[in-house]
Design a protein around this ligand. Structure first.
Ligand code: BES
Ligand code: ZN
Length: 638
């Protein structure tokens, strides 16, 4: 890196950190802030952008959406805030984009600018350098996306519920926005946006912006996002989508055959919003709508502002998986409002959000339900802690550990992060902790902050403000040590005690629990029942369970995710047709990966997995394809 830009970067960081500090008081100046501030990230290791030189403040998209060519094509106009008065180059991120050219100007007159596109890095994409004759307030880039853009999926009509209209959607987090817009793809930059998108008339286009529930479907759509957002929250989707209101500020978009089911499943969304507002202050994003995607959506949910994207696999008919909505809604505070500075600080997004999610679930559905969700999450966390991933076990990841930011989607950032928050809450008291978090969201609203900044703020407003409750060493252990500290509060679930007893009796005697008991079981209890089984069962035992509960072929993907690996490990090939069906229907990475990994353990399983994957592949998202390919590339142990 050039020395001059390095100095400027450091200065930029000092200025940013200074601006973020709480109002000065005695305790603040006593905190070890100064030495820490020098380690505040100056650069995002996953972006080529140089926001300390020039920062994008507004994006105007003018795009044509074409299902036939699987492309978005048009222009992105970037408003620029030049921080360095002499600089004339704008560095942008891109991946797989075909860039036709760029111009610099003031919005009325434009002059051509020079564009250099560097060779593609497998993780980061291609650095784009736009060289201007002199500083200008705007740069306009002409481009077309690739049909294999890593952040977009294009679905044929056959891959939708309605089978008539094609579908497309984006998934920008973590660094895939650059595959559909040339921009500064870093959490350190926030911008507002406008968009004009044309599409075939049969498609409704939606964005992470001011979607109008009554918009005419005419193939010509405009959007405005007045609140500044980081690039990973930029989102678009198009398809045969209809709207169902839930409250006057919340609703559901889905394909017609899914719309009523989804609206019923998510009917508590208004109460979730009210509850979160009571805890942490007003919802600042105007509407909160949910878009239910086709089953190939690679994640459970994505907190795109004003328009959460959700997998259809949580629409189970009994609201048992709506913690997903509580989670994505919670990101409206932790994440979208107060954003992690770099992927290494991801726990600030996902951990705090999972804690808020837990609070909402407790408030709406009670402590019993929360306890079950906690036990399931913490069992998963425990199984994740292996000597191989010690570097990913601290909440605060060290620089250089994360090659691909998509790799930090661990239980650690979610479950250990939420557990840390619960620990703090129990030590200082609920009322004090609620006030702390609310103040934290207000203080850092619309900023991107690092773990160091969180620590500085917590030192003053949590540790010093509640003397004698949590020592700094206890606090730091959660952030910096692998595993879970001995200070962690333990959770027990009485409803799971009954499940454990039923499983134990069956394993010992072959006697199944009475239907009177199991008919009361929710998704959680079934998940726990299956997860607590020994690593393998005999085919006869599996057959007995199937006879009683029809687990093979279950419509509930959370249960399938646990059941199929057990059948595979046990050599119960009777489940194979159902497994093939599951893997070709569902594309949510978390749900399918355990089954692919279990299959990859034996030569025969691997053969079967490759066969199934070859058929499923055209319907899968690039993110899921990448993970499955990695899992199936490995040679089986035997
Ligand atoms: N923001 C995440 C999804 C994400 C994280 C996408 C990192 C890409 C990179 C979202 O809020 C999330 O956490 N989704 C979870 C569901 C949730 C209930 C834990 C998921 O998709 O599993
Ligand atoms: Zn999340």
């Amino acid at each position: 890196m050039r020395t001059t830009s390095h100095v400027i970067a450091l200065l930029g960081a000092l200025v940013t950190a200074g601006a973020c500090r709480p109002s000065p008081d005695a305790a603040q100046s006593a905190a070890p802030a100064v030495e820490n501030r020098t380690v505040t990230p100056t650069r995002d290791e996953h972006s080529y952008a140089e926001p300390d030189v020039v920062a994008v403040t507004h994006l105007a998209l003018d795009l044509a959406l074409d299902f036939d060519t699987k492309t978005l094509a048009g222009t992105a106009t970037l408003d620029l805030n030049w921080k360095n008065p002499t600089a004339t180059t704008l560095v942008l991120d891109s991946r797989q984009l075909r860039i036709g050219g760029a111009e610099a100007g003031d919005g009325t007159t434009w002059t051509p600018a020079k564009v250099d596109i560097a060779e593609q890095d497998p993780v980061l994409g291609s650095k784009v350098t736009v060289t201007l004759g002199r500083q200008a307030p705007k740069v306009r880039v002409r481009y077309t996306t690739s049909p294999d853009a890593s952040g977009l999926q294009w679905l044929t009509p056959a891959m939708t519920l309605g089978k008539k209209t094609p579908f497309m959607f984006s998934q920008s987090q973590q660094i895939h926005a650059r595959s559909w817009v040339p921009l500064q793809d870093t959490t350190l930059v926030r911008f507002t946006y406008h968009a004009h998108v044309t599409s075939p008339k049969e498609a409704m286009v939606l964005m992470s912006a001011n979607n109008d529930p009554t918009a005419a479907r005419d193939g010509d759509y405009t959007f405005a996002m007045p609140q500044p957002i980081p690039s990973y929250l930029l989102a678009i989707a198009a398809g045969d989508l209809v709207f169902r209101p839930i409250t006057d500020r919340a609703g559901v978009w889905a394909e017609p055959a899914m719309a009523d089911k989804a609206a019923a499943e998510f009917s508590d969304t208004g109460r979730m919003m009210d509850t979160t507002e009571q805890l942490y202050g007003p919802y600042r994003w105007d509407r909160y709508d949910i878009l239910v995607l086709p089953p190939s959506f690679p994640y459970g949910g994505m907190e795109n502002p004003r328009l959460t994207f959700a997998t259809p696999t949580v629409v189970t008919g009994d609201k048992s998986l709506v913690s997903l909505i509580a989670h994505e809604l919670a990101h409206s505070w932790s994440g979208n409002l107060v954003t992690f500075a770099t992927a290494r600080d991801a726990w600030l997004n996902e951990g705090v959000t999972s804690y808020v999610e837990n609070r909402v679930i407790e408030a709406l559905y009670g402590k019993d339900r929360l306890d079950m969700e906690r036990v399931i999450a913490r069992n998963e966390l425990a199984s994740e802690f292996t000597p191989a991933n010690v570097a990913l076990q601290p909440l605060a990841i060290k620089p250089g550990v994360l090659k691909d930011p998509d790799d930090n989607l661990t239980s650690t950032i979610y479950t250990k992060g939420a557990w840390f928050m619960q620990f703090l809450e129990e030590r200082v008291g609920r009322a004090q902790f609620d006030a702390f978090l609310r103040g934290y969201f207000d203080h850092f609203a619309f900023q991107s902050i690092s773990t160091v900044q969180f620590v500085e703020y917590a030192q003053v407003h949590l540790l010093d403000a509640n003397p004698g409750k949590v020592s700094r060493a206890e606090f730091d252990a959660w952030l910096n040590d692998p595993g879970v500290p001995a200070t962690a509060p333990q959770t027990k679930s009485t409803r799971f005690d009954a499940v454990d007893a039923a499983r134990k009796t069956w394993l010992a005697t072959g006697t199944l629990a009475s239907p009177a008991l199991t008919k009361e079981w929710s998704t959680h209890e079934w998940v726990h029942f299956v997860e607590g089984m020994p690593p393998t069962l005999s085919p006869a035992q599996l057959k007995a369970l199937d006879g009683a509960y029809a687990l093979t072929g279950t419509a509930n993907a959370e249960i399938a995710q646990r059941w199929y690996p057990l059948t595979i490990r046990s050599g119960y090939t009777a489940a194979r047709p159902a497994i093939a069906d599951f893997l070709s229907r569902i594309g949510r990475r978390k749900l399918v990966m355990p089954t692919y990994r279990a299959l990859a353990q034996t030569a025969d399983g691997l053969r079967f997995a490759r066969e199934v994957f070859a058929k499923a592949r055209p319907g899968l998202h690039p993110i899921t394809i990448g993970s499955v390919e990695t899992a199936l590339a490995a040679k089986p142990a035997s």
